[in-house]
Design a protein around this ligand. Structure first.
Ligand SMILES: C[S@@+](CC[C@H](N)C(=O)[O-])C[C@H]1O[C@@H](n2cnc3c(N)ncnc32)[C@H](O)[C@@H]1O
Length: 337
């Protein structure tokens, strides 16, 4: 499997859909993201892997994939080391699916049983079961890191056709995931990963969206956004960041504060799942990158392309202002003391 050569052909290929689901999944945005990818000779680095849909479709021969959520990483590590195979998934889902369809409270009893088994033992197959039998393909963990999504209320969830679909997804993903050491899966915080990027690498970041959805593995503060900005502005690698630009109600303040120092392109997108009504509406997605994007059709929200020198100047100005602000604060504190 080669990297850049395959990318062009990949853009016309069917999207690989991962077996794990989550509300922030980028499946529909994959062609747009792939279109933005520049030519690099190094590895694909993804500090916020989520379901893995972007990495599985970018298909670099070398990759460093990370998520703070250990269950995602354990699942894909299992696929990589073949302790999870299409066959083992089929057997597991057939057995659990039967128990689900026969269980009390229209299947809820068995869902609860698997949920509490997962919350104690963290089996990757139970994680897959919950991801596929939970409400609306959502992923959410409670305060203690416990699975916190209700049942989809379909006792016959694991029909033959549905199991085949999931098994095929596991099979496709297992063909794309390269053995160690070409592909490395990590369970750390993003800061430990971004520092590892070299000048030939490409970092794709899809962090939790500031001011939106929060759970045990998705707390995201302004300090996190600032740290991410600082690390990305300092990296020698090329990067692409996914974030939200605005919706019908408000704009993402982080764009003006940090990201519009780089190149920004935007696209309307419809997320159909999520608890809050606000989250179900159209949102304007943004891709932020530190390289030239003149090959991409210009977006619809008024940004002009910034060349590297312009980006550097904006960052330099920002650094000077920050330094002035900090030393002013420092002097004021010293004066008080
Ligand atoms: C928006 S999702 C990524 C979605 C992914 N691109 C997809 O299409 O499925 C953000 C991911 O970042 C992870 N995450 C949250 N905080 C993190 C942190 N500090 N470091 C690393 N990963 C983090 C979450 O567990 C979540 O899987």
């Amino acid at each position: 499997m080669k990297k850049m050569k395959t990318l062009k052909t990949l853009k016309n290929k069917k999207i690989i859909v991962p077996p794990i689901k989550s509300q922030g999944i980028k499946t529909k945005l994959v062609p747009w993201i792939l279109d933005t990818i520049p030519d690099v000779s190094g590895k694909w680095i993804e500090p916020f892997l989520g379901t893995g849909v972007v990495a599985f479709n970018a298909q670099y021969s070398k990759a460093l994939l990370n998520d703070a959520n250990p269950h995602i990483i354990n699942f894909y590590k299992g696929v990589q080391d073949k302790s999870i195979t299409p066959l083992s998934v089929k057997k597991y889902l057939e057995e659990e699916g039967k128990l689900l369809s026969k269980s009390d409270d229209k299947g809820y009893e068995h869902y609860k049983f698997v949920r509490s088994r997962f919350n104690k033992g963290f089996s990757p197959l139970d994680f897959l079961f919950l991801s596929r039998a939970g409400f609306n393909g959502m992923m959410r963990f409670g305060k203690k890191g416990n699975w916190n999504i209700p049942f989809c209320k379909k006792p016959d969830r694991f029909s033959k056709a549905y199991i085949t679909k999931i098994v095929n997804q596991v099979e496709k993903v297992s063909k794309v995931i390269q053995p160690k050491p070409q592909w490395k899966f990590n369970n750390a915080s993003f800061a430990d990963i971004i520092v590892l990027a070299g000048k030939d690498d490409l970092i794709y970041c899809d962090p939790p969206y500031f001011g939106r959805y929060v759970d045990y593995y998705n707390g995201w503060t302004e300090q996190d956004e600032e740290l991410l900005f600082t690390m990305l502005k300092e990296t020698k690698a090329k990067f692409i960041l996914s974030t939200w630009h605005h919706n019908d109600y408000r704009k993402n303040e982080m764009i003006d504060k940090y990201w519009n120092k780089f190149n920004v392109i935007t696209k309307d997108h419809f997320y159909h799942s999520g608890g809050k009504i606000e989250n179900r509406r159209t949102i304007v997605e943004a891709l932020v990158c530190n390289f030239n994007i003149n090959h991409i059709q210009q977006h619809n929200h008024g940004y002009k392309e910034k060349f590297k020198s312009e980006q550097l100047q904006l960052i330099l100005n920002e650094d000077k202002t920050m330094y002035k602000r900090k030393s002013k604060k420092h002097n004021a504190t010293k004066a008080k003391v």
